[in-house]
Design a protein around this ligand. Sequence first.
Ligand code: C5P
Length: 232
Amino acid sequence: NLNSVCLKKSILITAGPTIEPIDPVRYISNHSSGKMGFALAEMASKLGYKVFLVSGPVNLKHSNSIERINITTADEMLSEVKKLIQCQKIDVFIGCAAIADFKPVNYHEQKIKKINSADQTSKKTEEMTLTLTKNPDILRYVANLDIQRPFTVGFCAETQNLEENAKLKLINKKLDLICANDVSKKEQGFNSDQNSVTLYWGNKQKELDLASKEKIAMGILNHIQEIIPKKI
Ligand code: C5P
C-alpha cells in the first residue's frame, strides 16, 4: 500500500519566483507561476508525504495539509530550507523554484531617480548601471550536504540544448534526478497549466509527455518512488 509506505516520509518543495528588490518600487525576478511546484506539493500530499512548501510570491491556493512558508528573496528561501532540513527529517527535496540568479549588491532605501535634471542632455541619462551579485544556489547547497542529505531533485528550464544542459546540471550540482523543461514551447512551461518533461538520472532518461501539471507531478513523484534507495 503506497500510502502506508509513504506515511512517514517528508518532502520539501521550493516553488515560484524569488523577488530581489532594487529600491522600494523596483525588483528583479523571473517568470514563474508556481503551478508546477504547487502541483508537486498537492500530489505529494495525496501520496501521504508530509509536505513543506517554501514559496516565492504566487497567486495560488493549496490544501491545509501542506505546510507553506512564504519568502521573497533567494537568501530568505535558503535560510528557510536550511532550517527545515535541520529541524525536520526531510527525505526528498525538489527544487522547483525559479530563483533569480542575481541580486542587486545594494538596496536603495529611496526610489532611484530616472533623470538627474541638471544633466538632461548628457548621454549618461540614457543608461543606468546596476551592480549585481550572484544569489546562493539552493539546490546545489542541498545536494552537497554531508549529513541529512535528502534525495535531491532539480528542474532545468532551457530554451536551447535542453538535454546537454540538463545532463551537465545533474552532474555538476550532484543531483539524484533532474526534470528538464523546454520553455521555448509555448503550450508548456511558465504560466501554462500543462507541461512535458524529460527525466535524467544516472545515465538513464524517461519522457513524461505533454499533460496537466498535476499528471506530470504524479509522474515525477512515482518515478522518485521507483528509483529512491529503499533504505529511505
Ligand atoms: O542552474 P539553473 O538555475 O538552471 O538550475 C535550475 C535548478 O536549480 C532548479 O531546480 C532551481 O530551483 C535550482 N536553483 C536553485 N538556486 C539558484 C538557482 C537555481 O536552487 N540560485
